[in-house]
Every structure is written in structure tokens, then in C-alpha cells.
Design a protein around this ligand. Structure first.
Ligand code: GLC
Ligand code: GLC
Length: 835
């Protein structure tokens, strides 16, 4: 069953009924100001940090779901009478009143959403977005009288302010109920809680027309015992002009509009974050008995700008052009429209969102807990670096600054301060290696080696600063100096799998599995970290070589070789790669185990790293993955699922079978298998694994899958779960970056490498061909791939700008076709014939 469809020309997903199986959301904003926006206008917004600078309140896990947002209530009044009872009162975004609508549609596009609806001859459109240049949400509302009679309409807007710190806002009521403050000036409602003390910022919610009245006190507007679906003020047809004092400050405008048949009226609402320098906070300081008046200069400037609807239209146009340009950097045209729209549009869009949000704010991440992740952000940039390389560069330097001098790292850091998060601390032993992956991806995309010479603090301490290159070296060395009895890397608190907590041994409810270490074994080892090392190591070697560090390169090369040895000797189980050794030295992910015999991560990553390609083990491992872990909805994390809690394994065994890391389809690691399959040249199987987790292929299964068909989810319930096939945690997942890498670089086969663009498709035999445009280091490559030969891999010929182009004769890319770097701002035509 579908709840909408893709409009590919418009790059929009069109939701055709409001009661989707879960709120289907979009992200507004791509700089400093962000809004989460659901298909019924629910959600919230914040400036830079979802926890610390939250503008609007959101009630998590509430009943009904998705309560709170930017709401508009319409009162369609009877023509003549003053009979208040007979007015038609409804909410055009369906929620919060769940009004029955004659028409409804929500279009989620690139950084904007548009809700259109109609009832009883009154049409409504709301276009919501965050302009590129301003720290605000714009909501452009248009009402149209589609009836034959005059209409007299009351419009009430509604938002609820958050008292800035979203965590405190939800918990600290003994204080919060006394601190709320507002000002109202004309059509602008200012939220200035805590401005009198340590804040230099306020929020403003304004509309570009004169208003009839307003409310700023929630109780006055709603009525103490009412929900959002029955506000007293709307039913009374009159705002109360209430001034909040403590309790819950809100912003509601009351506007009257007369509409002749066929007439339309437009209103521009703006919800903005404004800051003043400390010495210019006040227009008038507080006097005895008279409250201070805030300096509204920054708000005035912004509101003036959007006072004309044309300004909002222009800002939306600019946003569209921005996305045209970004998505123009990698485009796909193919017969398989689902693949083309995901790879060309939605997957890249999601990569932007994961890059911006890390794992902080979604409808599953509350925005109050987690900061930017060391491992997550490094992986996120793999799918983002081609879009805005400069931002990836800055991010790499921010991340590196939270590394410790010994190469280990804070697991998370706070986006506002860019400092490591002490509460979560360090000791996730895969973390350091992801920095090498991130930096290598940036250099391959840009050719900019100068990043290696940037001075970057260790532990956020300028005195400990050294070059980024030294950071990479410390990452590399951390792994080889922290190995266990089998010469494999020690796992520490966890590796990529947060829930494989082999030194935790927690028996106390509520303890964090990741930060509790009751058992310093010095024994538990991770085959996955070994594989990540073998995958990232050669990049470190290559970077050394290309920057004149030949000796370091050969030292590193030897270290990689001995890690491969260790995996060969102690990381192979006979039919697949082992996953780990526990704190007692017992195998995990072995046929000897009762549960958890085979895991996806070590198998995908080891083959991706090239281990076992020569001797048949790679093929054996991937065949075993298919045999034991495949489901129609993706590959599960392990089998059999753990049936009981194991003290020595930690959180992984805490989940009911089939969910999350306990045999859920944890999509993030599926593309590792996809990439691994391309290493074997099995294009059919690679594409099959790509499609299994790709949401566009499950669009007509939306009732079961439940989440947005246009974005990847972190997890789909595995076959051991009662709700097999149901997805959770959409949007903020490393799946976005890795699937983009798998489809763009390994299946469609256009991969940035140090010397240029390497072309090496690996596709199903029945895929006849496709075209790609790729912007790369200052030139555009128009690549068309012809597979009329019906092969899965292999190139018969390449023609570049009309001339035959040869494969590299020698060097690390010997035998491969690597298109040169042109950097000439021109278009270069590339014809690839497979065979
Ligand atoms: C979540 C975390 C990520 C981790 C994964 C597996 O997605 O954000 O860091 O690797 O879970 O546990
Ligand atoms: C990851 C895992 C989750 C775990 C969390 C801990 O997100 O998916 O299961 O609880 O990490 O930080």
C-alpha cells in the first residue's frame, strides 16, 4: 500500500493522505538553522544545536503522536450571522484537529515542504523552508476562496516556545514555570526567556500583516484542560491578547481575511533566531517596576526583508538553485527509475542531513542526547564530500581536534563548543581509524593534500596541536599498539557495533553498556577493527607515499601485512570470518557458538578490505552471508539471534531477537556486503543487496515498512522479530553515506581516487546501460556506460572526448581506467563499453 508517490521532475515526494503509518518528515535548513517538519506540519526547530538552542517545544513519544508544530487554525465564518457556533473550524495540515479535508497533499522537496489542502471551498497552501541566508523558518500561507460566495475567515497561528535548553525544558519545572517572558510589538511576538540574564538571543514569531489580536500564554489560548485540537481562543473566534508570565509562552496571531469568490490572500510568517552583541542587548534597560525592552534591530531587519511575499519566493528560488547546483554534481539516468531517483536525489539529500545532524535530531533521536559522533561523522562525510568539499574539510579538522595524543578519541563532541563529550568519553577502539577513512575520502575527492599540514589540537588543547598528518599517524599507531593475544585489535568499549560490549559485564539495570567497563580484560579482540585497519591502512600508506614519507609508508605497509596475517590465522572460521574474541578469549561469530554463529560486519568489511580475494575465502564468506543472513528486506546482523542476556556480550544480547543489533537488519552494514560483492565481480548479487534495503523499492509496502519511502532507516526488524520488515530510526544513519558510496562508486563504478576518476562498473547482466554526470575537481565528466554485452563486470573500451583511452599500465591502478584530472571547467565526454 502506498501513501504517496515520487514526483521525479520536481524532486519531491508527494504524500497523498495525512495519516501516514508514522509521521513522514523533512528537514528544513542546511546551515545554522534547522527545522524538522512532518507531513502534518508537526516538528520543531533550533539554531545550531538541537539541545542547547531549541526554539520550539516538542513532546516526544506523546499521545497522539507528533504533537506540536507550526499550526494554523482556520475559522470559516457563516456569511451573515454572528452565530459563532456555525463557523467551520479546521486545521488545514490535518493535525492537530484531524479535520476531514476535501483535498490534501504534502510535498517534501529539497529543504522545503508544501502542504496544500481544501475544505468547503476554501483552499490552503503552506510553503515552509529555511532560507539559505537567514536564521529562520519561513511559512508562506495562501488562502483561496474556491466557492461562489464571499468568505470571512479568521486565521490563528500557533507555535509553542521551548525555553531554549530542550532537556531542562522537559524536566526542570520548579524553575521553568516561573521564567517565561515575552514582548509583543505590532505583529511580532518575541520570546525572551533568560534574555535578562545570560542569553544574548531571543526568538521572534511574526507575520507580515497587521493582526487583530494575539496570545502568548498557552493556557489562555488553549484552555488548561484542552489539547491542541480544541483551543478556546479559536472556538471563541477571538484572541485574548494574553501576556505570558512564567508557565508556557506561546505565539499565536489572530488575523481576519475577507475573500471574494476566486480571491487569494497570502501571509508570510517568520520564526527567527536573533542575536545581539552583549553591549547592545537592550533598547531600554529595566527600571523599577518597568521591564526592559529588548533590542529588536536584528529582528526588524529580517522581518522587513520578508515583509513582501516576493522576498519569500526569491529565497525559495535561491534554495532551489542551490540544490540544482549540489545535485548537479552527481546525476544518474537509468532505466531503473527507483535506483536513479535514490542515487541521484534522495540518497544524496539524506547524506546532507546526516552530515548536518550527525545522530542528534530526528523523530527517533530526541535532539537532547547525542552530539556529533567521531565515527559517525567521519563516515557521514563519505557520502557528502562531493557535495560541499570545504565543509567536509572543516568537519575533518573539528573531529580531529577531539582526538587524544595517543590516537584514541572522544566518541562524541558537542556541535556548539566542538569539544569532546566527557560523559561518553573514549575507548571505542574503531574510532581512530575512521579519521583515516574520512581524510582519505576528502583527498581523493579534492586532491587537496594541504589539509594534512593543518595544525590541529589534540584533546581540544592548542598546546598539543600537531599536523593532521600526525593525527592520522596516531590513529594508525593506536590500532597496532592495542592488540590482544591473537595479534588482533583490542575492542575496548565497542567497535562499530556499539552493542558488542565485551569488557562491560553489566548486571545493574540502567547502567550504560558503552561507558561501563567492569572488566578490563585486555583480551577481547575485534576482527572487524582488524578489517577496518586493512581497509584504511593502504590509504594511509598511499598518503605517506604521496607526501614524501617513503619510510613511514613501508613501515605502515608491513603493519597492514601483519594484520592480514593475524586475520588469516585467527580470524577465519572455516566458512566465514569470525567476529571477535570475548574477554575470556572465546570466539564470537563462530560455528562453535550456540547463538551468534555468523555476523555480517566482519565478513563484509574483510572482503571490502580485500582479504581472502585470492584464495576463495572471500567468496565463501559472502556465500555464507547470503545463506545464513539474507532476508527479502536486507541482511540481518547475525544469526542465530541471542535468546538470552549474556553478561560477557553486553547490549547486543539485551535486545529482543530481531531488533537492533540483535539480528535486526541494521542497514548501515549492508552496503559493506554490496561493495564486497563488487570486489568479486558479482554485479547481480551486489545490486540485489542494494535493492533489498533501498526504501524506494518498498514504496508499495509502506504499510508494513511504515517509514518514509524516500530515506533509509537505521534498522528494519529482522526475521526473528514479530514485526519482521518494519523499519525504525529513519534519516540519521550511516546507511545514507555507505549506500551512496556503494551505488555511485562500486556498482555504477565512478570512484574518485588519488589520480583521477576510476571507472569500473559492476552491475547486473540485464542492466543495459546508464549515464552519469560527475563534477570532479573543477570539470564535468559525462559518462555513458553501454552494457549491451550483458556482462556484470569488465570494460572492453573507453573513449574520452572522442579518442580511445587506455587503462593504466603500472602503479596502484594498473589495469584500471582512471580518467585524468582536467580542472578546466569544461565538459568531458566519456563512453564506456562493457564486455
Ligand atoms: C548507531 C550508531 C553508530 C553505530 C551503530 C551500530 O547507528 O550511531 O555509531 O556504529 O549504531 O551500533
Ligand atoms: C547505537 C545502537 C543502539 C545503542 C546506542 C548506544 O545507536 O544502535 O542500539 O543503544 O548506539 O549509544
Amino acid at each position: 500500500m502506498q501513501y504517496g508517490y515520487f514526483d521525479d521532475d520536481a524532486r519531491e515526494y508527494v504524500i497523498t493522505r495525512p495519516d501516514t503509518p508514522w509521521p513522514w518528515i523533512n528537514y528544513l535548513g542546511c546551515g545554522d538553522f534547522y527545522g524538522l517538519f512532518s507531513n502534518t506540519s508537526g516538528g520543531y526547530c533550533f539554531y545550531r544545536d538541537a539541545r542547547m538552542l531549541r526554539l520550539t517545544r516538542y513532546r516526544y513519544n506523546n499521545v497522539p503522536v507528533d504533537s506540536g508544530g507550526r499550526y494554523f487554525y482556520l475559522r470559516d465564518n457563516p456569511a451573515q450571522s454572528a452565530d459563532l457556533q456555525s463557523a467551520d473550524i479546521w486545521t488545514p495540515s490535518w493535525k492537530p484537529m484531524k479535520s476531514s479535508l476535501d483535498r490534501y497533499e504534502c510535498r517534501h522537496g529539497m529543504g522545503y515542504s508544501r502542504i496544500s489542502s481544501a475544505r468547503n471551498g476554501l483552499a490552503f497552501t503552506q510553503v515552509s523552508f529555511v532560507p539559505l541566508e537567514d536564521t529562520c523558518e519561513v511559512h508562506k500561507i495562501t488562502l483561496t476562496n474556491e466557492s461562489e460566495k464571499d468568505k470571512s475567515i479568521d486565521i490563528f497561528s500557533f507555535i509553542e516556545f521551548c525555553l531554549w535548553n530542550a532537556n531542562d525544558d522537559m524536566t526542570n519545572f520548579q524553575r521553568n514555570f516561573s521564567i517565561g517572558e515575552v514582548e509583543v510589538h505590532g505583529s511580532a511576538i518575541y520570546h525572551k526567556t533568560e534574555y535578562r540574564e545570560r542569553r544574548n538571543h531571543y526568538a521572534v514569531w511574526a507575520v507580515n500583516v497587521p493582526i487583530e489580536g494575539f496570545d502568548t500564554d498557552r493556557e489562555s489560548f488553549l484552555g488548561l484542560y484542552n489539547g491542541f485540537d480544541s483551543p478556546d481562543a479559536v472556538f471563541a473566534g477571538k484572541a485574548g491578547n494574553s501576556m505570558a508570565s512564567g508557565w508556557a509562552p506561546i505565539g499565536s496571531h489572530h488575523i481576519k481575511a475577507q475573500l471574494a469568490p476566486g480571491e487569494s490572500k497570502t501571509f508570510v510568517f517568520v520564526l527567527a533566531y536573533c542575536e545581539n552583541p552583549d553591549n547592545q542587548k537592550w533598547e531600554k534597560r529595566a527600571a523599577h517596576g518597568v521591564p526592559g525592552v529588548i533590542n529588536k534591530a536584528p529582528a526588524d531587519l529580517l522581518l522587513k526583508k520578508y515583509s513582501a511575499p516576493e522576498a519569500a519566493d526569491k529565497a525559495l528560488n535561491d534554495l532551489n538553485r542551490y540544490w540544482d547546483d549540489l545535485l548537479g554534481r552527481f546525476t544518474v539516468d537509468a532505466e531503473d527509475k527507483k535506483m536513479a531517483r535514490m542515487a541521484g536525489v534522495w540518497n544524496q539529500y539524506q547524506c546532507m542531513v546526516t552530515f548536518n545532524m550527525s545522530r542528534s535530531a530526528s523523530y527517533f533521536e530526541s535532539g537532547i542526547g547525542r552530539g556529533m559522533g567521531f565515527r559517525d561523522s567521519n563516515q557521514d562525510l563519505l557520502g557528502f564530500v562531493h557535495l560541499v568539499p570545504e565543509r567536509a574539510r572543516a568537519r575533518i579538522l573539528d573531529i580531529a581536534a577531539t582526538q587524544f595524543p595517543d590516537g584514541s578519541a572522544y566518541h562524541q563532541y558537542q556541535p556548539l563548543t566542538r569539544r569532546g563529550n566527557n560523559e561518553v568519553g573514549s575507548g571505542f577502539n574503531d574510532d581512530p581509524l575512521w579519521l583515516i577513512c574520512g581524510a582519505a575520502a576528502y583527498i581523493k575527492e579534492t586532491g587537496d593534500y594541504s589539509i594534512l599540514e593543518e595544525k590541529v589540537p589534540f584533546d581540544n588543547n592548542e598546546e598539543l596541536a600537531d599536523s593532521l598528518f600526525i593525527h592520522l599517524k596516531r590513529s594508525f599507531d593506536y590500532t597496532i599498539t592495542h592488540t590482544g593475544p591473537h595479534g588482533l585489535p583490542l575492542i575496548g568499549r565497542a567497535d562499530w557495533n556499539d552493542c558488542l560490549n565485551l569488557n562491560c559485564f553489566s548486571a545493574v539495570p540502567g547502567e550504560s553498556f558503552q561507558t561501563t567497563a567492569n572488566f578490563e580484560s585486555g583480551v577481547a579482540e575485534s576482527v572487524l577493527i582488524a578489517a577496518i585497519f586493512v581497509f584504511a591502512g593502504p590509504d594511509y600508506v598511499e598518503i605517506c607515499r604521496r607526501t614524501g614519507r617513503a619510510e613511514e609508508a613501508s613501515r605502515a605497509e608491513k603493519a597492514v601485512a601483519s594484520m592480514i596475517d593475524a586475520v588469516n590465522k585467527h580470524g577465519w572460521d572455516g566458512n566465514w570470518f569470525l567476529r571477535a574474541y570475548d574477554a575470556h578469549g572465546k570466539k564470537i561469530g563462530s560455528s562453535e557458538c550456540e547463538d551468534g554463529k555468523i555476523f555480517i560486519e566482519s565478513n563484509g568489511f574483510a572482503v571490502m578490505a580485500g582479504i581472502g580475494l585470492q584464495d576463495g575465502r572471500a567468496k565463501k564468506a559472502l556465500d555464507s552471508v547470503k545463506e545464513h543472513l539474507d532476508t527479502p528486506y536486507g541482511i540481518v546482523l547475525q544469526q542465530p539471534a541471542y535468546r538470552e542476556y549474556h553478561l560477557e556480550l553486553g547490549e547486543i544480547s539485551s535486545y529482543p531477537p530481531g531488533y537492533k543489533e540483535n539480528a535486526g537488519i541494521f542497514c548501515h552494514n549492508n552496503p559493506w556486503v554490496t561493495i564486497a560483492e563488487t570486489m568479486l565481480g558479482r554485479g547481480g548479487r551486489a545490486f540485489e543487496t542494494y535493492k533489498m534495503i533501498c526504501p524506494a523499492y518498498r514504496e508499495d509496502d509502506s504499510k508494513l515498512r511504515r517509514l518514509e519511502p524516500y530515506v533509509y532507516a537505521q534498522m528494519v526488524a529482522g526475521r526473528d522479530a514479530p514485526r519482521f520488515g518494519e523499519a525504525k530510526n529513519s534519516w540519521l544513519t550511516g546507511t545514507a553515506a555507505w549506500t551512496f558510496v556503494s551505488i555511485s562508486q562500486y556498482i555504477l563504478g565512478v570512484r574518485p581516487v588519488y589520480d583521477g576518476l576510476l571507472i569500473n562498473p559492476c552491475i547486473p547482466a540485464d542492466m543495459k546501460g546508464y549515464t552519469i554526470t560527475r563534477h570532479f575537481r573543477g570539470a564535468d565528466y559525462h559518462i555513458s556506460v553501454d552494457n549491451s554485452a550483458g556482462v556484470e563486470k569488465g570494460i572492453k573500451s573507453v573513449t574520452l572526448d572522442g579518442r580511445p583511452f587506455e587503462a593504466c599500465a603500472a602503479g596502484i591502478y594498473a589495469g584500471a581506467f582512471v580518467l585524468p584530472v582536467f580542472g578546466d571547467g569544461k565538459v568531458h565526454k566519456v563512453d564506456v563499453v562493457m564486455g
